[in-house]
Design a protein around this ligand. Structure first.
Ligand code: LAN
Length: 729
């Protein structure tokens, strides 16, 4: 083990001595039944034995060698060209993979955890993480909440720290600039809660600057409206290890490097700072969701009354024991994959604290961290989940079916593989003691990424089961998923409806929206409970509709009631201007596509529905001169449609699909948009990456790079089927 004083998370290489690039011809993506990990091959022999695939090259930004195709003049030709390229990106188990970056607060959590748990970091990783962070550094020297966001204390303090831990030199001009920006924003004391937490773990902050996350909250009776089991799953699963670590006030012992950071991250000298007085300090640049007075009062009570006077040792021990048990259950139920990239590293840290460096839990967690990492031309980043496997695969199937090409011999083998993949990823049982650890049933469900992670998501289940139903209906396709398993999926979906009729993401809503008063994260909105989402609701409606056509007798009444209530909710969620606000991608263009699909399934179209006409008008009023649509991520933050400076193929495709679902009677605006999508396609069938597509919690953007294939192909195919495969360019 290295000496603490000189520790860097870069394999102990002294500053400035590490190469600045890895050899990109040596990176390989391994996909083991949906578990995606990147490997850097050391020897020529390994390189020879494991050739780089087209997909590897594409992800790494290397020339793929894929040929130029015959120029397409009709939408269907463009579809075939697109599929010809996109099919080469299908991975051996049958799924698609992609970078899932965007958030800029994930890598620091991982790198700090690696550092404080003394996890050796391969040199290839440390080089490429630094490359990624430097590539993503803004002109002003800082980083934001996500790749496109303005610089903030959260992004800058944490990514600066991350770079230093990986060996970047404090006097590197880029670091000097970053420090300048951080100081201009007031220094690290003005960061939000999560950055204060991580820097306390690292030993750079004392715990007195961190607002409390007491594990005792986990001892509250379940009937209490604020009990943590009612919170949105991502919040409670992050709060869980956070509260455990907080209770221990665990910090890494000082090293030479962390002592240097104490000098670099603040404007004033470390010794002069009154940390406790900065508990609530936050830069306006970070303060997306200011804390409410109620939360401030609760924090005050915790700090000044509860912790010093009321909390007994035995209660604290009881709370730690219970949170530790819940952490272990989360680890066991996901084979240490964990729900996401924030609680993953935190659970690793909790295991390290509780069980020590040699424990199986720590080893397995360390391996699992690899599942979140992704390598691209800019370097190595941390994905927002352990992949987008199930989601992209189901949508790809829908797109090809919409194009009427499911039986085309060119694409059928690809779809059979995709079907095999989805078959392999259904969760067949509820997880162990699911009621004890507050997990929603998983039997019959699909998650967003893979079966290891295994959390049921309403729309992921819906889109997957719909893809399977549609493919297996075609006589020449194999029947891989049995009727029983399909019914299990439907049973699961039927548990997902809220009392409003709408559907949420992972489970029906468990707590009141008033819990948002306790939102302590400051940088995100709408995080405390589940909400109704047009995207999730439509996906459920649509899957149930497909299902009941094939199985009219199964739970017919339940399904009918579910659909009626869900569609009513979709109607009620429409704004006066005809639009719907989207929660999971940017923004009104995305949600409108789903909502109009839901209305169509009840026979509501332009011809007979005033609300559909209003929705179409909303889009037509925003069509850009080039025929496309382009919406900025600001729409998500502000809740007001905001034009992007440039039209985007993905959003253009969403609106085309929306207008076609609505049976918008005039072909001209759609045709103009289709032409635009075709004109952006490259000669090898590829569409280049444009602006970021996805979002979560209103403020944080996230990439869905496969959308530029999936939705363009779907829109062009739908157009050809509806209006004819006419010559357009
Ligand atoms: C996702 C990704 C997928 C997404 C859809 C399926 C698209 C959506 O329709 C339902 C919600 C879901 C499953 C979703 C929820 C929140 C996630 C997991 C993410 C946006 C990916 C990353 C994000 C997660 C919360 C990131 C970690 C950050 C925290 C604030 C904990």
């Amino acid at each position: 083990m290295e000496k603490r004083g000189s520790r860097r998370a870069n394999g102990g290489v002294p500053d400035g001595k590490q190469p600045t690039k890895t050899d990109y011809s040596r990176w390989r993506l391994l996909d083991e039944r949906g578990r995606q990990t990147w490997h850097y091959l050391r020897t020529d022999d390994e390189v020879k034995k494991w050739p780089q695939s087209v997909a590897d090259k594409y992800f790494l930004g290397l020339p793929t060698g894929l040929p130029d195709l015959k120029t397409s003049t009709t939408p269907l030709q463009a579809v075939n060209n697109g599929l010809s390229f996109y099919s080469k990106l299908q991975l051996p188990p049958g799924n698609w993979g992609c970078e899932y970056g965007g958030p800029m607060f994930l890598l620091p959590g991982l790198v700090i955890t690696w550092y404080v748990t003394e996890t050796p970091v391969p040199e290839s990783h440390s080089i490429e993480i630094k490359n990624y962070l430097f590539t993503r550094q803004h002109e002003d020297g800082g980083w934001g909440l996500h790749v496109e966001a303005h610089s903030s204390v959260f992004g800058t303090a944490l990514n600066y720290t991350c770079l230093r831990l990986l060996g970047a030199h404090a006097e590197d001009p880029r670091m000097v600039k970053a420090r300048g920006k951080l100081h201009e924003m007031g220094g690290a004391v003005y960061g939000p809660h999560w950055s204060k937490f991580w820097l306390a773990v690292l030993g750079v902050f004392p715990w007195s600057i961190v607002n409390p996350t007491p594990p005792e909250l986990w001892l509250l009776p379940d009937w209490l409206p604020i009990a943590p089991w009612r919170w949105w799953i991502h919040m409670r699963q992050v709060f869980l290890p956070m509260s455990f670590v907080y209770s221990k006030r665990w910090s890494y012992p000082p090293t030479a490097l962390t002592m240097e950071l104490r000098n670099e991250l603040f404007v004033e000298p470390y010794e002069a700072i009154d940390f406790a007085s900065h508990r609530n300090s936050i830069s306006p640049l970070d303060n997306f969701h200011p804390k409410t007075w109620i939360l401030n009062l609760i924090n005050w009570i915790f700090v000044h009354l509860w912790i010093p006077y009321l909390l007994t040792k035995s209660l604290q021990q009881k709370a730690e024991a219970w949170t530790w048990k819940l952490i272990q259950m989360e680890d066991a139920n996901t084979d240490y994959s964990n729900l996401g990239p924030v609680n993953g590293p935190m659970n690793l840290l909790a295991c390290y604290i509780q069980e020590g460096p040699g424990a199986y839990s720590v080893r397995r967690h360390r391996e699992r961290m690899e599942d979140f990492l992704w390598v691209k031309s800019e370097g190595m980043l941390m994905n927002g989940t352990n992949g987008v496997q199930n989601w992209d695969t189901a949508f790809t199937i829908h797109a090809v079916i919409e194009c009427g090409l499911a039986e085309d011999p060119r694409w059928k083998p690809m779809l059979v593989k995709a079907l095999e993949y989805l078959e392999s990823q259904q969760t067949l049982e509820n997880c162990k003691d699911h009621e004890v650890c507050y997990r929603h049933p998983t039997k019959g469900a699909w998650g967003f990424s893979n079966k290891d992670q295994g959390y049921s998501v309403s729309d992921c289940t819906a889109e997957a089961v719909k893809a399977i139903l549609l493919l297996q209906k075609i006589p020449s396709y194999p029947n891989l998923v049995s009727e029983r398993r399909i019914k299990d999926a439907i049973d699961m979906l039927l548990t997902m409806q809220n009392d409003t009729g709408g559907c949420s993401s992972y489970e029906p809503r468990r707590g009141s929206e008033l819990l948002e008063y306790l939102n302590a994260a400051e940088v995100f909105g709408r995080i405390m409970v589940e909400y109704d989402y047009p995207e999730c609701t439509t996906a459920c409606i649509s899957a149930l509709n497909v299902f009941r056509k094939q199985y009219p007798d199964y739970r017919a009444k339940d399904i009918e009631t579910f659909i009626q209530r869900a569609v009513s909710w979709i109607r009620s969620d429409q704004r006066a201007d005809g639009s719907w606000y989207g929660a999971w991608a940017i923004c009104f263009t995305y949600a409108g596509m789903f909502a109009l699909q839901a209305l169509r399934s009840m026979g509501e179209t332009y011809a007979n529905s005033e609300r559909v006409r209003r929705a179409c008008q909303f889009f037509l009023d925003r069509q850009m001169d080039d025929g496309g649509w382009g919406e900025s991520y600001k729409s998500c933050e502000d809740g007001v449609y905001t034009q992007h400076e440039k039209s985007q193929v993905v959003q253009t495709a969403w609106v085309c699909i929306a207008l076609m679902e609505a049976d918008y009677p005039e072909v001209e605006p759609i045709q103009k948009a289709v032409k635009l999508i075709m004109s952006r396609q490259l000669s090898n069938g590829e569409w280049p990456q444009e602006a970021i597509e996805g979002v979560f919690n209103k403020s944080c953007m996230i990439s869905y790079p496969n959308y530029k294939f999936i939705f363009t192909i779907k829109a062009l195919g739908m157009f050809a089927r509806k209006h004819g495969d006419m010559v357009l360019q």
